[in-house]
Design a protein around this ligand. Structure first.
Ligand code: 5GP
Length: 130
């Protein structure tokens, strides 16, 4: 069965899209740890990061760096952290989490955003990606 993120890729589930290229897609995490929490995925469905071939691994990491640079310009944070977990969704994804304190890395803590906040944030990050 297709992962929830493959359904986002094929458009059958909506997302707040931040950026995409031919191979990768960035969208806002629906249950963010902090303001700006973004997920970067490879469009091809692979469960585990370290099963990616070198070409796809490098594509995802370079894509994540590009998005992180735009994200950092879009929100107030000390830096953007990168984390790969994958215990909930078995489709490789990089978490980009704007950090103001270590507690922003706590996945059991979440912030609430309105639809309009998500939409404006996704547009703002997109406009800062060069
Ligand atoms: P992990 O698999 O790395 O443990 O966590 C999966 C992440 O995906 C979580 O941060 C969760 O909030 C996010 N997530 C799960 N389902 C959806 C979804 O349908 N849309 C979006 N945008 N994020 C999701």
């Amino acid at each position: 069965m297709a992962s929830i993120f493959s359904k986002i890729v094929d458009g059958s589930i909506p997302c707040y899209k931040v950026y995409e290229d031919d191979d990768c897609l960035a969208f806002l995490d629906i249950n963010p740890n902090s303001f700006g929490h973004t997920l970067c995925i490879l469009k091809r469905e692979v469960d585990y990061l370290f099963d990616l071939n070198d070409v796809e691994y490098n594509k995802l990491m370079n894509f994540s760096k590009k998005v992180a640079n735009g994200l950092e310009k879009s929100v107030t944070c000390k830096r953007v952290a990168l984390s790969v977990v994958g215990l909930e969704v078995p489709h490789v994804h990089v978490h980009l989490i704007p950090l103001n304190s270590m507690s922003d890395m706590d996945f059991s803590k979440n912030i609430q955003l309105e639809k309009k906040d998500f939409e404006n944030l996704a547009l703002k990050i997109n406009s800062n990606i060069k």
